[in-house]
Design a binder for this molecule. Structure first.
Ligand code: FEO
Length: 396
């Protein structure tokens, strides 16, 4: 299925309603996703990006119904992770000499994946391609989120083909931002930013400032995943500037795992103390073993402080907490406070271990944590509630 974007631009991608995981199993896609590819017809014909490998034959077959493939003058490969370059091999079997415009890193990555020496034309920021009434201008965007990433701006139509930037893993047949449920859309957009782009926030800010300095008219941002930002294309740019700037809300998130409910009881008593001390703060509690890990990363992204709890098991941490701290370390969160807690029966190492892991992950750890022997009684719960109050104090 193809969809008209403007008189010159047609969406020729794939909506993947069934997708449940992305990047292997590193990212959950509870609302599916899409691999957006675009066909530009001016005096020259240009294909922007392709789709993920499992849909390569479907993609090429649909494209053939839309256009004689030999009429495609140029392919632009904005980014060559396999969800966008997966169908290249199938396409290049049909049109093997078609020039592929990409960054120098893009050519290396395509060769590394497909082991083919196709007709690469490597471009840098500011290089242009005249396609008739419109001119395509390339803007490198390294580490947003791979070394090869770039964006392509189309004059006349005033479209920024941003690839992964500003995307969401969100399946929709409606294509445009004003045709979907905006709560769902922004929930997926922030999850995508938190889990994929947070480690690269300083590049996000610089790249957006560079793009804005060009003063280009902007009618649409055509992403490679999810909706096209058409109604108010600048709204997602403003959100990205906000999210990239050590984003936090007035939220404290308590994430724990528990063997026999003692660590859960500790979490609830600490939450009680926090809310008694600051009724304006949002406190959320999650059992890490029952929650989606990417939703938890999104909650950490929104938090000004986190409390992580684990019972001690085999002189260590419960695996859901250990795994989550490792994920959080990769996100390189900035300006977030943290502390640990957990129940124990004899050795009780989890608090010390977790405190060290939180420090190692870049959190500002505010104390040495608190642990409870066996099951917290009322006196212990009072201590835990006071601990919650002390956390609020440490944030002032
Ligand atoms: Fe959508 Fe980085 O691939």
């Amino acid at each position: 299925m193809v969809k008209k974007i403007t008189d010159k631009v047609t969406w020729v991608g794939k909506v993947d309603w069934e997708l449940t995981h992305f990047h292997g199993h590193e990212y959950s896609t509870s609302k599916g996703s899409s691999y957006n590819s675009y066909l530009i017809r001016d005096e020259k014909t240009v294909l922007i990006d392709t789709v993920w490998l499992p849909y390569d034959q479907e993609f090429v077959s649909n494209l053939k119904k839309e256009i004689d493939l030999n009429q495609i003058d140029y392919i632009v490969a904005n980014h060559n992770e396999i969800d966008h370059s997966g169908a290249l091999a199938e396409l290049m079997r049909e049109i093997p000499n078609t020039p592929i415009y990409c960054t120098a890193n893009g050519a290396k990555i395509i060769k590394g994946h497909h082991h083919q020496d196709w007709n690469f034309v490597t471009v840098k920021t500011g290089d242009t391609l005249n396609i008739g009434e419109s001119i395509l201008t390339f803007v490198e965007a390294p580490m947003l989120h791979w070394p090869d990433s770039m964006m392509t701006y189309m004059s006349g139509e005033n479209i920024l083909f941003s690839n992964d930037a500003f995307g969401q893993h969100y399946a929709t047949e409606s294509l445009f931002d004003d045709k979907v449920d905006n709560c769902e859309l922004f929930a997926e957009a922030i999850k995508y930013y938190a889990n994929i782009l947070t480690p690269f926030s300083r590049f996000v800010t610089k790249k957006i400032e560079e793009l804005l300095s060009f003063n280009l008219p902007l009618n649409m941002i055509c992403t490679s995943h999810g909706v096209i930002w058409k109604n108010e294309p600048t709204q997602i740019i403003e959100k990205y500037l906000e999210w990239a700037n050590n984003y936090q809300e007035n939220q404290i998130t308590i994430i724990y795992d528990t063997m026999w409910e003692s660590t859960r009881k500790m979490a609830e008593a600490i939450a009680d103390g926090i809310i008694k001390s600051d009724s304006d703060v949002t406190v959320k509690l999650f059992n890490a073993s029952k929650e989606d890990k990417n939703d938890l990363i999104t909650e950490i992204f929104k938090s000004k402080a986190i409390l992580m709890g684990s019972s001690t098991i085999n002189n260590g941490l419960l695996h859901s907490i250990a795994g989550l701290v490792e994920m959080a370390k990769g996100m390189k969160f900035k300006n977030k406070k943290a502390a640990s807690f957990g129940s124990y029966g004899w050795s009780g190492e989890s608090i010390k271990l977790l405190t060290e892991k939180l420090k190692d992950a870049g959190f500002e750890v505010v104390n040495d944590g608190i642990r409870s022997l066996w099951v917290p009684d009322d006196d212990e719960k009072t201590k835990l509630s006071d601990y919650g109050k002390s956390i609020v104090e440490s944030l002032k």
